[in-house]
Ligand binder design. Structure first.
Ligand SMILES: NC(=O)c1ccc[n+]([C@@H]2O[C@H](COP(=O)([O-])OP(=O)(O)OC[C@H]3O[C@@H](n4cnc5c(N)ncnc54)[C@H](OP(=O)(O)O)[C@@H]3O)[C@@H](O)[C@H]2O)c1
Length: 366
C-alpha cells in the first residue's frame, strides 16, 4: 500500500517526556514528512505508556496515536523501525546515547550541547546556516558510515541572536563585536526546572554555562565550510544571561558594531535588511515555512516602542520566526535592538525539525 503515511520517514524521539520532547510530539502531529514510531526517556519512564509517564505541559492534547506508546530505553537496537531520531535528551546523558544512535546509522538531530562544537558535527540554526550540512559526508567518512549522522541545533538564546546577526552581515558586511543581555524564560531550564520560590517575583542573574554557549556557538554558526572544514567567524560576543519569571520566550537586548564603518546603513535600511532577509529553508519551501499558509519571514520587525513582548509575540509565525524591535542607533556600538524567540519551538524542537526538513530536501535524509 502506498498512501502518504507509509511514505513518511519513521522517527523516534529520545527524551520524549521532557520540555523539548513534548514540543517534538506537538510539532510532529500531522507532519507530512515524519511519523513518530518510537519514544524513549529515562529508566524512570521505561515500560510506561506515554500518557502515564509524562507530565504534559502544553495547551494542546497529547495526540491520540502517542498516548499509548510504551516508552523504550535509549538503546539503538530498540529503534530498528526508525530511520531518523530527534533527541531532547538531558545533556548529562546525551553524549554517549546520541553517539550510539548515529553510529547505528540513524539520522540524529540533537538539542543537547555535547557535540555542538565538534569539528565534524554541523551546528545548524535552520534560518541561518543549513549550508553547514555539507560537512555530513566528512563525518560519515570519519566514522565509516554508509548512512546516518549527527546534526545539532544551537542553544536557544544563541538561536535568537544569530538570525538578525546573519541578516545584517549579509547586507552590511562583517560584525566585529556584539554585546547581548538576555532575559530567559523558565521553560528554558526544562522540567521541573527553577524552583518557584526562587523565580517567582524575581530575576536570577546567572544561568550555568549559558554565556559561554552564546559566545562560542555564534562564531561557529556565522562561519563557513571551506575545504571540508568549518572556518569560524572572528565575531566577538560578550553575553550576560538572566532567568526571568516568564513561561516561554527568551528576550535579548543586543548591541552590534560593524567592521567597516564606511558602509554603515541608516535605520530604515537596517530594518529592511532584517525584514527582507531570506534563508535557504524558506527558498527550499520546507514544510515548517509553509504550514498553515503563513507568509513566512525568518525575522518579523516591530515598529511599536513596546514590542516585541514574550506574552504577545512569542507565537509569531507559530514560534518559528525571530521578532526584532526597538531598532536604534547606539553611542557605544553602532546599533542596538531587542530580539525575542520562542525557546522551545525555534529555540529547540522546531529547529531540529526544520533542519531535518532541509536535510530531506537536500537528500541527506532518505
Ligand atoms: N528547554 C529549552 O528551551 C531548551 C532549548 C534548547 C536546548 N535544550 C536542550 O534540550 C535538552 C532537553 O531539555 P529539556 O528542557 O527538555 O529538559 P527536561 O525537561 O529536563 O527533559 C529531559 C529529558 O531527558 C530524559 N532523561 C533524563 N535522564 C535520562 C537518562 N538517564 N536516560 C535517558 N533519558 C533521560 C528525561 O526523561 P524522564 O522524564 O524519564 O526523566 C526527559 O525526557 C537538554 O540538553 C537542553 O539543554 C533545551
Amino acid at each position: 500500500m502506498s498512501n502518504s503515511s507509509t511514505r513518511k520517514i519513521p522517527v523516534g524521539i529520545l527524551g520524549a517526556t521532557g520540555t523539548v520532547g513534548q514540543r517534538f510530539i506537538q510539532l510532529l502531529e500531522n507532519h507530512p514528512n515524519f511519523e513518530i514510531k518510537s519514544l524513549a526517556a529515562s529508566p524512570r519512564s521505561e515500560g510506561k505508556a506515554y500518557s502515564n509517564a509524562v507530565n504534559w505541559k502544553l495547551s494542546t492534547a497529547i495526540p491520540k496515536n502517542i498516548q499509548h506508546l510504551v516508552l523504550k530505553s535509549c538503546k539503538a537496537d530498540q529503534f530498528k523501525e526508525c530511520r531518523l531520531i530527534f533527541s531532547g535528551l538531558d545533556s548529562d546523558v546525551a553524549e554517549k546515547i546520541e553517539e550510539e544512535f548515529f553510529k547505528a546509522e540513524l539520522f540524529v538531530f540533537s538539542n543537547a550541547k555535547n557535540h555542538r562544537m565538534s569539528p565534524t558535527v554541523p551546528l545548524c540554526v535552520p534560518l541561518v546556516n543549513t549550508n553547514h550540512l555539507d560537512i555530513i559526508p566528512i563525518q560519515q567518512k570519519l566514522y565509516n558510515l554508509k548512512k546516518g549522522f549527527l546534526v545539532t541545533n544551537a542553544n536557544c538564546a544563541t538561536t535568537g541572536l544569530v538570525v538578525p546577526l546573519k541578516a545584517l552581515e549579509e547586507s552590511f558586511g562583517e560584525i566585529e563585536r556584539v554585546s547581548v543581555t538576555t532575559l530567559q524564560s523558565i521553560s528554558g531550564a526544562g522540567y521541573p526546572g527553577v524552583p518557584s520560590l526562587d523565580i517567582f517575583d524575581n530575576v536570577i542573574p546567572f544561568i550555568d554555562g549559558e554565556e559561554e554557549k552564546l559566545e562560542i556557538e555564534t562564531s561557529k554558526i556565522l562561519g563557513n565550510v571551506k575545504n571540508e572544514k568549518f572556518e569560524n567567524s572572528r565575531i566577538k560576543v560578550s553575553a550576560t544571561c538572566n532567568r526571568v519569571a516568564v513561561l516561554d520566550g527568551h528576550m535579548e537586548c543586543v548591541s552590534v558594531s560593524f567592521k567597516d564603518k564606511s558602509k554603515l546603513p541608516d535605520i530604515s535600511a537596517l530594518k529592511s535588511a532584517l525584514q527582507n532577509y531570506e534563508c535557504e529553508a524558506q527558498k527550499l519551501k520546507v514544510y515548517s515555512t509553509m504550514k498553515n499558509d503563513i507568509n513566512f519571514n525568518p525575522i518579523v520587525v516591530f515598529e511599536e516602542n513596546n514590542r516585541p513582548q514574550p506574552r504577545l509575540d512569542r507565537d509569531v509565525n507559530f514560534g518559528m520566526s525571530v521578532s526584532v524591535g526597538r531598532i536604534r542607533k547606539c553611542d557605544l556600538f553602532d546599533f542596538k535592538f531587542t530580539v525575542l524567540l520562542h525557546n522551545t519551538i525555534l529555540g529547540a524542537a522546531g529547529s531540529s525539525i526544520m533542519n531535518a526538513e532541509v536535510a530531506l530536501k537536500k537528500g541527506y535524509v532518505y
